[in-house]
Design a binder for this molecule. Structure first.
Ligand code: DGY
Length: 322
């Protein structure tokens, strides 16, 4: 009988992921569904591991990789992998896999939830009622911005960005996108038009960010970019917090340009109740839940488990990060 490879899993995953792993591997686990693994436990945990299944909350850097001399495969239960030192993995020939596709539509739904909530002041209205502040109806009470028929600009037109754009068609919107380079297939399919970042910011009524965090995209939205936006436009980020210079966004929102923001991701997560963004009426915040539907989280965990098993047993998986 073949020896089962040893793996380390940094959090208890939803069914059936743990069962898949246990069938094919000898599993060590940081057995907690909610609290990220402490650094020293992680360094200890990977010591014998041939495979590592991790999350976006785990910093997998050169130190972790050096602590794992037998490591052959890393599987992250996420589409983004900016928390992983890919150069350090490559130097050792360690394969990295991720979980794209399965979370695309769920994340696009949340981007739209934030857009509509910010544009139509949904959370502000809820809070108004909650504190007993709802007086008689009047013509300009809680007026927001229209989304239907306006211009949608998506920054980062990968899978999630395209799913966001597709929804914009149902809202009768003119579609713009910005990417590293134009994508003629996307333009033909969705009728979206490529714009430079500056032109997209100036023309759009809603800007939704879905770009990955890389050395090029880090800090790409700051005071200069917000100054280009319309005073009526809505800014939404469901990608990664460090794409945005948060203190500059706070200042821009205070000054009223953009008009409002919906944010699922932050420079440093989690943020606390004393965060400056929470002093603003024109923001809607969610705690990094873009992919957080029951079905999608189960699919992500299952795929992450299948990816790890495939790599360790020398089978192909389309989800190797190259
Ligand atoms: C990802 O997959 O990268 C999300 O941020 C977490 O689902």
């Amino acid at each position: 009988m073949n020896r089962k490879p040893s793996i380390f899993v940094t959090r208890r995953l939803p069914d059936p992921a743990m069962a898949i792993l246990a069938e094919h591997c000898t599993v060590s686990l940081w057995d907690n569904a909610e609290i990220p693994i402490p650094r020293d436990e992680l360094l200890r945990g990977v010591a014998e591991a041939e495979g590592l299944l991790c999350l976006i909350t785990d910093r997998i850097d050169a130190e972790v990789i050096a602590a794992a001399p037998r490591l052959r495969a890393v599987s992250i239960m996420a589409v983004g992998y900016d928390n992983i030192d890919r150069e350090a993995l490559a130097a050792r020939g360690i394969t990295l896999t991720n979980t794209p596709d399965v979370l695309t539509e769920t994340t696009a739904d949340l981007a739209w939830a934030l857009l509509l909530a910010a544009a139509r002041r949904v959370v502000e209205g809820h809070k108004l009622i909650e504190r007993g502040g709802w007086g008689p109806w009047h013509p300009l009470q809680m007026v927001g911005q229209d989304i239907y028929g306006r211009v949608l600009g998506v920054v980062g037109a990968g899978r999630i960005g395209q799913a966001v754009l597709r929804r914009g068609r149902g809202f009768g919107m003119r579609l713009l996108y910005h990417n590293r380079r134009p994508n003629p297939a996307l333009e033909a399919e969705l009728g979206a038009t490529y714009r430079s970042l500056n032109d997209l910011l100036a023309e759009s009524d809603a800007v939704i960010v879905t770009a990955p965090l890389t050395a090029e995209t880090r800090g790409m939205f700051g005071a200069a970019q917000f100054a280009l936006m319309k005073p009526t436009s809505i800014f939404v980020n469901v990608a990664r917090g460090p794409l945005v210079r948060e203190d500059e966004l706070v200042a821009a929102l205070r000054a009223g340009r953009p008009w409002a923001a919906g944010l699922d991701v932050f420079e440093r997560e989690p943020i606390g109740p004393d965060h400056p963004l929470l002093t603003l009426p024109n923001v809607v915040l969610t705690p990094h839940i873009g992919s957080a539907s029951v079905a999608t989280r189960v699919r992500m965990a299952t795929l992450a488990a299948e990816n790890l098993v495939a790599v360790l047993s020398g089978k192909p998986t389309p989800h190797v990060v190259r």
